[in-house]
Design a protein around this ligand. Structure first.
Ligand SMILES: Nc1ncnc2c1ncn2[C@@H]1O[C@H](COP(=O)(O)OP(=O)(O)OP(=O)(O)O)[C@@H](O)[C@H]1O
Ligand SMILES: [Mg+2]
Length: 251
């Protein structure tokens, strides 16, 4: 049976939430969440709509301050650091709704990420931007305006921008939703390429059959808590997980 809140020993985890809670006014969205990721590990997060998955990612990335608890990254307590600071330390994220800079090309968008997020300048920043675009299959679109892209390419650009910051941990929020099977295959190929580079991944995705092609561990959230954490087959067979998904379908 999959165990909830399984913790890695401190020396193995590169990113960890310890007892993290998040409230929006009276609404309690995360309740005492313990979650840790090892260097180079790929973890999937699933759970019904409104479970708190994006909120957890926002607290890990520093977009939201935790109401209680601690976030550690690469051995440092980053609980009070903002997203930009965490990004410069090597923690990058993609957004559930892609957020390219309009009025800029695909290349310029990625270059901004390499400069502002990755701290690179000049030719080195250009090389990082081009390398990220290539890995995400976006090089041929480098000169296109970001706002002219379709959904798949916007998601790929979101991935390339996160990658251009030079992360050691990448947090991905539903980059597979709305894609055809062939498009999902391409995305999986790109993400496996990131794993090969040793980047740790935390990937929120409703498409579990896509997710399990990349991750070796699955976490299921429900109502602001982690209800299962372990090998993907064990988590998907867990009674509490099936119960949380009743009526929603896990596909
Ligand atoms: N900034 C916010 N202000 C107020 N409530 C919020 C805010 N962000 C999220 N919530 C609420 O927190 C709860 C969890 O939302 P969250 O977006 O984390 O869920 P999720 O698991 O990512 O869902 P989905 O699968 O639909 O993306 C929801 O009830 C949501 O309305
Ligand atoms: Mg979400």
């Amino acid at each position: 049976m999959a165990r909830a809140s399984e913790q890695l020993p401190g020396d193995r985890s590169i990113l960890a939430a310890e007892g993290v809670s998040k409230r929006f006014g009276a609404l309690r969205v995360l309740e005492q969440v313990d979650f840790a990721v090892a260097a180079g590990e790929a973890v999937g997060i699933v759970g019904p709509n409104g479970a708190g998955k994006t909120t957890l990612l926002n607290v890990l990335a520093g977009a939201y301050a935790a109401s209680a608890g601690t976030v550690r990254f690469r051995g440092a307590n980053v609980t009070s650091s903002g997203a930009a600071e965490r990004c410069r330390l090597g923690l990058a994220r993609s957004h559930q709704v892609p957020r390219p800079f309009g009025g800029m090309t695909v290349f310029e968008n990625t270059l901004v990420a390499a400069s502002a997020g990755g701290g690179l300048r000049g030719a080195t920043a250009c090389e990082r931007a081009l390398d990220s675009l290539e890995l995400c299959g976006m090089l041929r679109l480098a000169n296109r305006r970001a706002e002219s892209l379709g959904l798949l390419d916007r998601k790929r650009l979101e991935l390339a921008r996160a990658l251009a910051t030079g992360p050691t941990v990448l947090l991905l929020d539903e980059i597979g939703g709305g894609l055809t099977d062939a498009e999902a295959d391409e995305l999986v190929g790109a993400i496996l390429g990131l794993r090969e580079r040793g980047i740790a991944l935390v990937w929120i995705e409703h498409l579990v059959h896509v997710l399990v092609r990349v991750v070796t561990r699955l976490v299921c959230m429900d109502a602001g808590r982690i209800i299962a954490d372990g090998a993907p087959e064990a988590v998907m067979a867990d009674a509490a997980v099936i119960d949380a998904y009743l009526g929603q379908g896990v596909a």
